[in-house]
Design a protein around this ligand. Structure first.
Ligand SMILES: [Cu+2]
Length: 228
């Protein structure tokens, strides 16, 4: 199994899995104990009520164990978060502008596209700017999501592991055509990317049906929007 589409997949999925395991464990434990106590202490079996006193050992245990579990989760969360905010110095910068209701990606050469094109196995830094309202840059397969707020400079980074095409969403409801902020991130080999970057203004060297579909859908929505 590969380590996922980006450098963050392993750590994010690891924490997610850990919290699921802990949750399931306690769900089963608590439910089982509840059922057991309901039967054991039913009125039928205990017609006469008795006073129950505190149990220090038990109270210490149920305080210490959850505390350790929460600290473990905090540790993994912190390490993962640090990795996400520490952007490598040598990362390639692409300027991302979000606006109602589309994305613009501007590369170092000045080239601008609607879809995001990146080289594989290279650290890519995206600077995130909004022209209007709150948006959020979300690539589920990369496990990255960052809010984009007007008037604030934000950034996100990743290393793509595979030559592939993935979905990009806006994950913050930003108005009527929020759903039209659906685009793609196209991961290319270093050589292909270099060629593409320096070639004219075409979006993509080879045809990509999915991308064209997406653009057609967008055009359709914009057309409808203009009619209203
Ligand atoms: Cu948006």
């Amino acid at each position: 199994m590969s380590s996922g589409a980006s450098n963050f997949v392993e750590s994010v999925d690891g924490v997610f899995l850990l919290s699921i395991i802990i949750s399931v464990f306690f769900l089963v434990l608590i439910t089982t104990m509840m059922i057991y106590f309901v039967i054991k202490y039913s009125r039928k079996r205990n017609p006469k009520a008795v006073n129950v006193h505190s149990n220090t050992m038990l109270e210490v245990t149920w305080t210490i164990i959850p505390m350790i579990l929460v600290l473990i989760l905090f540790w993994y969360g912190w390490v993962g978060y640090k990795e996400m905010v520490d952007i490598p110095e040598d990362a390639m910068t692409i300027e991302v502008t979000a606006q109602m209701w589309q994305w613009k990606f501007k590369y170092e050469t000045g080239k601008v596209t609607d879809s995001l094109y990146v080289p594989v196995n290279k650290a890519v830094k995206l600077t995130l700017i909004s022209n209007d309202v709150n948006h959020a840059f979300f690539v589920p397969k990369f496990r990255i999501k960052k809010d984009i707020l007007p008037g604030r400079d934000r950034a996100v980074w990743f290393i793509a592991n595979d030559i592939e095409v993935y979905d990009v969403f806006c994950a913050e409801y930003c108005g009527l055509n929020h759903s039209a902020m659906l685009t793609k991130v196209v991961v290319m080999s270093a050589a292909d990317f270099e060629y593409w970057l320096n070639a004219g203004n075409d979006e993509k060297p080879d045809d990509n049906a999915e991308l064209n579909d997406n653009n057609e859908a967008k055009t359709e929505i914009i057309k409808r929007e203009n009619q209203n």
